[in-house]
Write a protein that binds this ligand. Structure first.
Ligand SMILES: [Zn+2]
Length: 340
């Protein structure tokens, strides 16, 4: 994207003018590296940006990052630490040899050119409903591997029992069990299945939120890190299982699935307004302009593997122990690493 190059070339007030005219998703989508600053989510999950992101290493003992070309392996250190912990627990549950991680955030967060209304402040991550295979996937396989839906598409919002297993249920409920996880988004059909079958702690089902899509992956959202003054908190989730609420029943009516009303042919079509930098928290302009940290420096665990034509080093071929999993000294970490 030319926006960043253009902005650099014209500088000063020209930079401000170029930013005024360019949608925020193009500005943030063009940045390849995070800021050097201390980690901070700035704004709201669906309207914000991020300082001091770290990257999830492409390969870990119990995870692999997918779709590397998208450059969306970046998150708040709390999220990257969480994914490590969760991946270990997932493997222990019998979820293959760990998890496949989809999009987290762009290097400086912000709106994205494709997909996702949220994922803007480094506290959202997508996990595939496909376990990590024992053999590492190549870079190309990570681009091409198709998603698998958990729904029986011949029925209305119904889980496909040929694909769904108790381990799927345990994986989602494991994700919901960590105190720092505020929400787990799944398709309404999946929430319904859990409502009908889950025999563990039912109160955790309140964190499992129904939403469109999310039948091929689920989405984990962490709460604002404790003490963060720049992260905008979302409303609390119900403390009950929320299986019998009106709001949940609504998903099983026709209304959410009805096609949008036909536009009035006598009226000029209204183009949806693009989100501009000025719509985001003020600090996000400074985030775009801030100096970068290198990918190697900013990769959690220091085992960066940039997207390239080279296949990734098989996880088994690397010595993955405490020393390599420890972050490099100059990567800022939250005061406490998240605990399960
Ligand atoms: Zn997501």
């Amino acid at each position: 994207m030319a926006a960043a190059t253009l902005a650099l070339a014209i500088g000063g007030t020209g930079l401000a003018r170029a930013q005024d005219a360019t949608p925020a998703k193009q500005l943030f989508g063009a940045v390849r590296l995070p800021t050097q600053s201390d980690p901070a989510p700035l704004g709201f999950y669906a309207k914000g940006c991020m300082a001091g992101a770290v990257a999830l290493p492409t390969d870990g003992p119990t995870w692999q990052a997918m779709r590397l070309s998208r450059n969306r392996r970046w998150g708040n250190p709390a999220m990257i630490g969480f994914l490590e912990t969760f991946s270990r627990d997932a493997a222990r549950l019998g979820w293959g040899s760990g998890i496949l991680v989809g999009d987290i955030s762009q290097p400086r967060g912000g709106p994205m050119i494709t997909g996702h209304a949220s994922h803007q402040i480094g506290l959202d991550a997508d996990i595939w409903f496909t376990p990590k295979p024992a053999q590492p996937l190549s870079v190309q396989q990570r681009e091409d591997l198709p998603f698998t839906s958990m729904l029986d598409k011949s029925k209305f919002l119904t889980v496909d029992n040929r694909r769904w297993s108790n381990t799927h249920a345990r994986l989602i409920m494991q994700a919901a069990s960590y105190p720092q996880v505020e929400r787990v988004f799944v398709n309404p059909g999946i929430k319904k299945k859990l409502c009908e079958t889950w025999t563990g702690d039912r109160s955790l089902l309140g964190k499992v939120r129904p939403v469109y899509g999310h039948d091929e992956h689920f989405h984990v959202r962490l709460s604002c890190p404790p003490g963060s003054s720049t992260c905008q908190k979302q409303a609390d989730t119900p403390t009950s299982d929320d299986c019998n609420s009106k709001a949940f029943a609504w998903w099983f009516t026709k209304e959410p699935w009805a096609p949008p009303p036909k536009p009035d042919p006598n009226k000029k079509p209204v183009k949806p307004r693009q989100v501009m930098l000025s719509d985001l928290p003020k600090a996000c302009a400074a985030i775009l302009a801030a100096p970068a940290r290198s990918e190697a420096e900013a990769t959690y665990g220091g085992s960066a593997m940039a997207y390239s034509d080279e296949p990734p080093v098989p996880a088994a071929a690397r010595s993955i122990d405490k020393a390599t999993v420890a972050p490099p000294a100059d990567v800022p970490l939250p005061k406490q690493r998240p605990q399960p």
